[in-house]
Design a protein around this ligand. Sequence first.
Ligand SMILES: [Mg+2]
Length: 286
Amino acid sequence: MPTLFLLSFNFLSSLYTVFTYHSSLITYYCIYILDTNIVFAKAYHYSYNYKEFMQKERVKIKTIIFDLDDTLIKTSKLYNQAREEFSLLMENSGFKKEEALAKLDEIDIKNIQQHGFTKERYPFSLGKTYEYFSQKNGKKINPELKKKIEEIGWQVFRQIPKLVDGVYQVLDILSQKYFLILATLGDPHVQKKKLQLTDLKKYFSAIYVLRYKSVEEYQNILTEHKLDKKDTWIIGNSVRSDLNPGLKLGINCILIPYLSWKFEDEEPLSENYLQLDSLKEVLNYL
Ligand SMILES: [Mg+2]
């Protein structure tokens, strides 16, 4: 009897152990699946390339290189207002609006090679576009109208662009955690004025107003601050100026598409970047 009792006790005890082991495994798998799904759902909601991001999320973040125009401030809105005003004046002078705007882009992009991103270039390109259509249509150039058209271009630089939603909140938080660098394209005087008047200058440990945003320019920044590509991030709105040079160098990139212009049109070199809908969303990741 005692032997039988002992055997049946041992059997029940083993059964209990096996049951406990399996139920803990089941619980573990349930938690794992649930957790994975939550992470997956979050990443899928925010990112078009969640797989890449999930791999990179484990990488330590030390430095963020921010773009300025149309990433932190809404610069293209000012240019779009100017374009609208210019196309109306051209229409009133008997020229087609769409043709005038397409030619303006063509002339302005050509002028970048000669004049770079100086503030003089834009009014000059507007005036040249008016001249082009006048000559093409056998019309005499009206100096007053040309001056008025050029003035539309100058007006862009007399205004301060509005801030992107949540910019202070985002930079307040990120500047306490990481080393922030600003790399912007444009006229040094204009860009510095924008930074001062918007009070954004204080967030950055280094500011670069670049003539071009190429691989070399970003490499120079990495070298100057002894930055490791693996823990450096670029955040910008432009595929051509922010994303592709970053991808070529192997820097982590976040693209936040916003208004842009023809010069910035380019296809991403790869899918190894994170795309977000707004600046505020950056705080969900970095
Ligand atoms: Mg930009």
